[in-house]
Design a protein around this ligand. Sequence first.
Ligand code: EPU
Length: 421
Amino acid sequence: MDAIRIRGGKRLSGKIHVSGAKNAALPILCATLLSEGESLLRNVPALRDIDTTAALLRFLGRKVDCAPPLVRISGGAQSRPEAPYELVKQMRASVMVLGPLLARHGRAKVSLPGGCQIGARPVDQHLKGLEAMGATIRLERGYIVAECKRLRGSEVVFDLPTVTGTENLMMAAALAKGRTTLVNCAREPEVEELGRVLNKMGARVSGAGTDVIHIEGADELEPFDHAIISDRIEAGTYMVAAAAAGGDVLLEGAPLEDLEAVSARLRQAGVEVGREGDCVRIRRDPDRPLRAIDVTTAPHPGFPTDMQAQFMVLMCLAQGTSRIVETIFENRFMHVPELVRMGAHIDVDGHTAHVHGGHALSGAIVMATDLRASASLVIAGLVASEETDVLRVYHLDRGYEHMERKLAQLGADTTRIQSDM
Ligand code: EPU
């Protein structure tokens, strides 16, 4: 299995390009199920989750030419509306084919995603919304079986803001009869991006990016040509990496406007974050101490849960104790025991981690069981003494395009190796 070997202690400098956003590309790939004909997606990142989605779309009867940054999807007359467990278990986001399949075919059978490392992650809000639009839903041998004649526009009030739940319902509503109003929606930039694509397809979506979204359904939708927005979490991860290792880094195409919460905390900690042309510039003198900052994760525009693990590494280097509260997922501190093995002083009490900074990290063999936790271990490796091997980087490859190469481009000593562990 692939691992990443990092020899720590190098400052980072130079420029890298931010890739297209994984969590925007995934729902947009699912949206291609809403129409026939050829859709073109540009600026798609080369990631394992994109390959998994391409395989799922092929299983559903589409022709997919997946050559990131370009993905071409065509066909569609003979789709079979069934997403099997073998594919859905690899990636929870696969559940986003449910809304489009049901809206277009009047029937969908999609495996329940099952457990997840970071939390229970139920899909009750997706199902409740589809039922409100007229679907009948039953669970059958681990599968969601949904049926309807034609979905009808309705008002759906989410009990809590859910990103993929909002996206699933937006796609379903785009082919429903009449007007749907979604209330208490997720406000993430990826939701707004899906709204732009659905509008290109001929649905009338307004309010995406706010907590109330209106969708006027269409009888038929058109294929589209769309370039995906840049990945704010990838950008945020390299911002934290540069802050931790110290140096002067330019991130080309980084969407600073979507990273307010992260850049504000970085500045409070003593990191320079600014805009320079179409780049975000991160500067930090590694000899100047970082301040300990408290962080609580929250839905957008709050501090993203997808940046919590990476920020925790930075706080391991700060002077004093920082309190990090995870409010979105119940089990998202899996990086903590691995960071402790590298010499970090962190106590976890329920959803709160107390990070006692200022203790030097030392290299170790570490392993994480989810994507963002793996990224945090790579950042820890950049500042640790000696050598760190981050094992099982297939988690990392789900969401970061060639992370070891991008870091090496900035002067880090990072290489991909084979490991039998
Ligand atoms: N929730 C429910 N019921 C539902 C749906 C969600 O109780 O029907 C709960 C979840 O268990 C969680 C909270 O609502 O406690 C928010 O979860 P959400 O549904 O917003 O998460 P998601 O849509 O499954 C997306 C991203 C995640 C990101 C979260 C939160 C995609 C494909 N995934 O997941 O990304 O952490 O939003 O921002 O967009 C990642 O990229 O590493 C990643 C995990």
